[in-house]
Design a protein around this ligand. Structure first.
Ligand code: GLY
Length: 278
């Protein structure tokens, strides 16, 4: 809700969809109480908070950062990668160096609360991804502006206690996020490894291109994941939201509990997505 409020602030002042998604995603990245995005995100099993983010605009330009440390707002670094470099993804030390060159400040993202949870986790050090931690593990945001142009952004600290070096769906264009201004956009949350195996956000947009509504497209993308993971999907969460060129939207997930927020004039409301399991 707070992220969408910030995004709407931009859109309602004639801002672009790109400015809106950047502003919105930054709110969640800077929320120290959120355990799966930006500041306060849970660390990997060696205690490092590592962040992934990507952004894509209506001209199919995109930028991303992967395995970025010590920078609170990776979405803004991703935008700089898109706008100021000839590349799409910068990772690790290179991404950090680029961010510092662009004036971003280095800071410790491991908050006392996250550190305390990590220290507790170390007692068993059992790695078992939890379904629906805080209902999400990622912020994905899609916006359409007064010109009818669509942009999207996506940001995560990923699964808590992952192996060091893990990069997931969120910085991968087509997996965690995809925008095609002629059709619409989609973004993903949940188990990044599963989203990657179907390039789920791209798939969702392609389903819309074939004529499906956003809800139908999200459902079809989730069904693809279920078909490919018959033995394991019951233990996993994957959810998509999609927005089409006409401003229609929808969301669908494997597990119940996936919520998304829709914002327009005088409207900022959380919806329960439909799900395959009940
Ligand atoms: N969807 C984010 C992750 O799997 O890390």
């Amino acid at each position: 809700l707070e992220a969408n409020k910030a995004a709407w602030q931009k859109l309602s002042n004639n801002g672009s969809a790109l400015d809106a998604v950047e502003a919105g995603v930054r709110v969640t990245e800077s929320d120290a109480d959120n355990r799966s995005v930006g500041l306060g995100g849970l660390p990997d099993r060696d205690g490092n908070v590592t962040l992934d983010a990507c952004i894509m605009n209506h001209e199919s330009e995109c930028g991303a950062v992967a395995y970025l440390q010590d920078i609170e707002n990776p979405i803004s670094v991703a935008r700089k990668v898109m706008e100021d470099t000839p590349h799409v993804i910068l990772a690790g030390d290179g991404a950090l160096q680029f961010a510092l060159d662009k004036g971003f400040q280095k800071e410790n993202l491991l908050t006392e609360k996250s550190k305390a949870e990590y220290v507790e986790w170390l007692k068993t050090a059992e790695y078992k991804p939890k379904v629906n931690v805080e209902l999400h593990d990622t912020i994905g945001m899609l916006a359409i502006d007064q010109n009818g142009d669509i942009s999207g952004g996506c940001s995560t600290s990923g699964l808590g206690y992952k192996m060091q070096g893990r990069v997931r769906d969120s910085p991968i264009i087509g997996a965690g996020l995809f925008v095609d201004n002629e059709v619409g956009a989609a973004t993903a949350t949940g188990m990044g490894e599963l989203v990657l195996t179907t390039l789920g956000s791209f798939l969702t947009v392609e389903f819309m291109r074939q004529g499906m509504s956003p809800l139908e497209a999200c459902k079809a993308a989730v069904m693809r994941t279920i078909e490919k993971n018959k033995d394991s999907y019951k233990e996993m969460q994957v959810g998509y939201v999609a927005l089409d060129k006409y401003g229609r939207y929808g969301g669908y997930s494997i597990q119940p509990g996936f919520q998304y927020t829709v914002t327009y004039q005088n409207h900022n409301k959380v919806y329960d997505a439909q799900s395959y399991l009940s």
